[in-house]
Design a protein around this ligand. Structure first.
Ligand SMILES: NC(=O)c1ccc[n+]([C@@H]2O[C@H](COP(=O)([O-])OP(=O)(O)OC[C@H]3O[C@@H](n4cnc5c(N)ncnc54)[C@H](OP(=O)(O)O)[C@@H]3O)[C@@H](O)[C@H]2O)c1
Length: 266
């Protein structure tokens, strides 16, 4: 779907704001002339967005926009002072609650979301939550915006967004960790580091495409491999017996605790 609304991204010069702006325009979802981007400094994002309007004045950004997307760090939210009444507010900030934003910005129509680093290549799975004041039309805009960055997915629970900071928000981090573990072992067995890296990427980034999209789900692949009783079954069963699931769960719990610790909302 093309978005007809005007969108302003506060923090459009930052890493994620720039990636979202670029995804919106490069996918053809939004005309650049409908996009306003702001930053505190003169610095612009690494990806060029020809035709977008730049300002350092967030009031001007709000005046030029029907939808205001907040892409500043949570600790910088207190520095954003705009009147967003009558506008749809979308936040990608971890940990700032919808109610806090509604109170501070004067709009009850608030969406919280957690994209991840893969937005830069338009492959981010982005969960989003909308307050009851967000209209059906507003939700269509949000879905189109995050589909432009990969795949948007609405959830009806705000708590899911806090959880997803630790899970989907980690983006490529867990796959990268698995790839590193594979490389470390392969190098110990005598493979050259360069060959081991190519091999691990082939497994983690390429072979995993077998369960990408709507194709077979990962649980089915694990079950099939274990039932086959071959070398892969031995690898999987031993890894599981060594506490793989428990290690992943502990990592997720640690991320949730750390996000709460970093949150300006106590
Ligand atoms: N990076 C990720 O993968 C990821 C994933 C999920 C969620 N998030 C969330 O996305 C948000 C942005 O993260 P990021 O990684 O893109 O951070 P970032 O690169 O530091 O970008 C934040 C930008 O906000 C700008 N900014 C700060 N205060 C501002 C203000 N009052 N008015 C206008 N611009 C302002 C800064 O501009 P100046 O440099 O000019 O000061 C900076 O470029 C964070 O809340 C984070 O929790 C990020």
């Amino acid at each position: 779907m093309n978005i007809d609304a005007r969108i302003g991204i506060i923090g459009g010069n930052g890493w994620l704001g720039n990636a979202i702006a670029h995804a919106l325009v490069s996918s053809g979802t939004l005309e650049a002339s409908r996009l306003t981007l702001s930053g505190r400094s003169e610095r612009r994002g690494t990806m060029d967005i020809p035709g977008a309007y730049w300002t350092r004045d967030n009031d001007e950004l709000a005046a030029r926009s029907d939808v205001v997307l907040l892409s500043v760090r949570p600790e910088d939210f207190s520095g954003v002072e705009i009147d967003a009444s009558g506008k749809l507010v979308i936040s990608v900030m971890a940990s700032i609650r919808a109610r806090t934003m509604a109170e501070r910005l004067g709009s009850d129509a608030v969406v919280r979301s957690i994209p991840n680093a893969a937005a830069a290549i338009r492959r981010s799975f982005t969960p989003w939550f909308a307050t009851p004041a967000v209209t059906a039309e507003g939700k269509k805009i949000v879905q189109a915006l995050f589909d432009a960055c990969g795949e948007g997915a609405e959830t009806t629970s705000e708590a899911d967004i806090d959880y997803c900071v630790a899970m989907t928000g980690t983006g490529a981090a867990f796959p990268a960790l698995l790839a590193e573990a594979l490389v470390a072992h392969a190098v110990k067995q005598g493979l050259t580091p360069e060959f081991a890296r190519r091999a691990a990427k082939g497994v983690v980034a390429e072979a995993s495409q077998l369960f990408a999209g709507d194709r077979a789900d990962p649980a089915e692949i694990v079950r099939e491999m274990i039932n086959y009783r071959g070398a892969t079954a031995a690898a999987l069963q031993t890894t599981l017996d060594q506490g793989f699931n428990e290690a992943v769960a502990a990592g997720l719990e640690a991320a949730i605790a750390r996000a709460a610790e970093l949150s300006p909302e106590k």
